[in-house]
Design a protein around this ligand. Structure first.
Ligand code: DP6
Length: 354
């Protein structure tokens, strides 16, 4: 049934996914990471979210409806309502407005790409824009809050608020770092601008074990202390390498982190495995091609079987040929996404959500 409430306004944001080089794996308290992590935002893999708001009926508690890619989605709606009830005391809008939320991703839902970072950050940016209509805050404060509330929805989402590289989690290597929100790493050597991320889709099925469950299994993990030490060391080394343009350090950390993440899953109790034979086939091909060509390139992986091939734009033609010739045979239906470092979230002012 059509809702007859009068629309008072609408907000519309697009927000990107991000790929971690130093991984967030394990948390404590309320979404506090056990170690710092560093990622960069992507350009093409993003979520677009629009919220139309109208006065709510006074009897209602939190009032919101959620449509994902044109279809009412009760599972996501419940997740969102649950999140809203956690943050409602900080937002006036939940007392006043009914929210009609529509959201869609540029990447297929089933591509095996983590969507919580882009979807949760897009949602939070919309909420903060509605709050802004009554009490304006500075752009810096707006982004900081966006990262803070995105973190409460999904840890990795807090790193999607800025363009380029973001750091989340306290580290002595970066004085303004915080466990509460991500900060931007702005001293980045030109070698790392316009980094490319070829996402090789090995398997697009939904993961067998969620990241949230993986984080929980870190609580009593036998390698927990060693992992925290390693992630802190990697964070300090990577911040330095990003400044000096040291790609080989970047590549070494990226690959140890990716394999280390999967090793932590395999040595959890219970143990589980999200790596596939074709993930390993791709990794071996990437290493062999690097040795043969002498080009700068490396891989990383998320908590799933897909492999991200990271390289500077300079080598784009040669690497695209390599992907097409040697890697696509290991991808599901030849699927891959040619993504790259992105520009961060964008507020869409005069566009209509289709
Ligand atoms: C493997 O952010 O999805 O992608 O905080 O429970 O929502 P929740 O977890 P999530 O974990 C992502 C983990 C990772 C590594 C990373 O992005 O740093």
């Amino acid at each position: 049934m059509e809702d007859s409430r009068k629309i008072l306004g609408k907000v519309h944001w697009q927000s990107p996914s991000n790929i971690a080089i130093v991984k967030y794996w394990g948390k404590k308290g309320i979404q506090i990471p056990i170690n710092p992590s560093i990622s960069f935002s992507l350009l093409k893999s993003y979520t677009e979210t629009e919220i139309k708001y109208s006065l709510k009926k006074s009897s209602e508690d939190i009032s919101a409806k959620f449509h994902f890619e044109g279809i009412k989605n009760d599972a996501f709606e419940n997740k969102i309502l649950n999140y809203f009830s956690q943050i409602k005391s900080d937002f006036q809008l939940f007392n006043k407005y009914h929210l009609e939320i529509k959201s869609k991703n540029t990447f297929p839902h089933s591509a095996g790409i983590a969507s919580s970072a882009s979807s949760m950050s897009a949602l939070v940016l919309c909420l903060l824009s509605i709050e802004q209509t009554e009490r304006k805050i500075s752009e810096d404060e707006f982004r900081k809050r966006a990262s803070y509330y995105s973190r409460l929805a999904s840890g990795s989402a807090c790193r999607s608020i800025k363009d380029g590289f973001s750091l989340w989690g306290e580290t002595d290597a970066f004085p303004s770092s915080s466990n509460d929100y991500a900060v931007q790493l702005s001293e980045i050597h030109s070698n790392f601008r316009e980094l490319q991320d070829a996402i090789l889709i090995v398997d697009s099925k939904q993961k067998k074990v969620s990241s949230t469950e993986g984080h929980r299994l870190m609580e009593n993990h036998p390698h927990k202390i060693a992992r925290i030490t390693q992630a802190n060391a990697h964070t300090a080394e990577l911040i330095a390498a990003l400044k000096t343009g040291d790609f080989s350090t970047f590549a070494r950390i990226s690959e140890i982190e990716a394999i280390g993440l999967h090793a932590l899953m395999m040595t959890s109790s219970p143990s589980y495995n999200l790596m596939e034979t074709n993930s390993l086939n791709i990794i071996e091909k990437i290493k062999a091609f690097r040795t043969k060509s002498g080009l700068d390139l490396c891989f990383t992986m998320d908590a799933g079987p897909n492999v991200h091939l990271i390289y500077p734009k300079l080598n784009q033609e040669k690497i695209t040929r390599f992907i097409e010739k040697e890697l696509l045979v290991y991808c599901e239906s030849d699927k891959w996404i040619a993504d790259e470092m992105g520009i961060g979230p964008i507020q869409l002012m005069n566009t209509t959500y289709e």
